[in-house]
Design a protein around this ligand. Structure first.
Ligand code: MF3
Ligand code: CO
Ligand code: CO
Length: 270
């Protein structure tokens, strides 16, 4: 049964208790373990449907639950977003091609706690421009996490990400954001990946949320395809994303979705 201990801020953000970090760690670690284990299955000729089938099996084998199967009608255990797909790519029978860059996003529920994480993979040979995009997106996420500490604001997180991405002549997607999570999948606040320093809600110890910047090589605008899920860049430019679930501690942030094998960054595979 869900206990509803802990308070909610005036902005609707739940403050979790010290003991709740353990549950988030277990859920986050499983999601990250699945992303570690799926790496060997991302290769030229592989279908994203098969990748998703393997992820579904890994969730079952761990006695966990997929948060995405049945979520608003979504039917898969992962979102798999290739090249100019920004997010929410639907697994299917299309085969990966040489040089494709792929985001795989997995959310699991363990004992009622949600672990949500995504990272980038490469099929075949990584191009220089895709490598740069992936590196910048990864670094932008980590800079956002650096800014995640008590007393800073959500605007400080978005600002850190935006300033860095734009300094590298890339753009930040505005149409999708990170989110609070915990015993629910999506809750306040919206965690924007752009913004002005010092604006927005003040971070407090016990807040749990994701940071999940989507960075484009071209313009930031997106559109959603007729399937009502797949979001793509309007200008067809490449897009990358990394996502961690984190909890605010007394003096910083704890990352719940760290890779057990240190595989979070994709260059291990190239
Ligand atoms: N995991 C995604 C996120 O980061 C949400 C996917 S919802 C789905 O918030 F239904 F598309 F799977
Ligand atoms: Co998320
Ligand atoms: Co996600």
């Amino acid at each position: 049964m869900q206990t509803n201990k802990g308070r909610v801020t005036k902005d609707g953000i739940r403050i979790y208790e010290a003991g709740d970090f353990a549950g988030m760690n277990v859920a986050g670690r499983l999601a990250a373990q699945i992303l570690d284990d799926i790496a060997a299955h991302v290769f030229v000729g592989q279908t994203t449907a098969e990748v998703d089938r393997l992820i579904t099996q890994m969730v079952v084998d761990a006695d966990a639950t997929s948060a995405t199967i049945g979520y608003k009608g979504y039917q898969h255990a992962s979102c798999i977003s290739i090249n100019h797909v920004v997010c929410h790519g639907i697994p299917g029978e299309k085969q990966l091609k040489d040089g494709d860059i792929v985001n795989i996003d997995v959310t699991v529920i363990v004992d009622g706690w949600f672990g949500d994480t995504s990272r980038m993979y490469v099929a075949g040979k990584l191009s220089r421009k895709a490598e740069r995009l992936i590196q910048v997106t990864h670094d932008a996420l980590m800079m956002g996490i650096e800014a995640a500490k008590p007393g800073n604001t959500f605007g400080d997180i978005g600002h850190a990400i935006q300033v860095y991405a734009e300094s590298q002549r890339m753009s930040v997607v505005r149409d999708f954001c990170g989110h609070g999570l915990g015993r629910v999948f999506h809750s306040p606040p919206n965690v924007l990946h752009y913004g002005r320093a010092g604006t927005g809600s003040v971070l407090e110890e016990g807040m749990f949320f994701t940071i999940e910047p989507m960075i484009n090589l071209g313009r930031p605008e997106t559109k959603v395809l007729a399937d009502d899920w797949t979001a793509v860049t309007r200008d067809k430019s490449l897009s990358a994303q990394f996502e961690h679930s984190i909890g605010i501690t007394a003096n910083g942030a704890e990352i719940f979705t760290l890779s057990p094998a240190g595989k979070f960054h994709p260059t291990y595979s190239v």
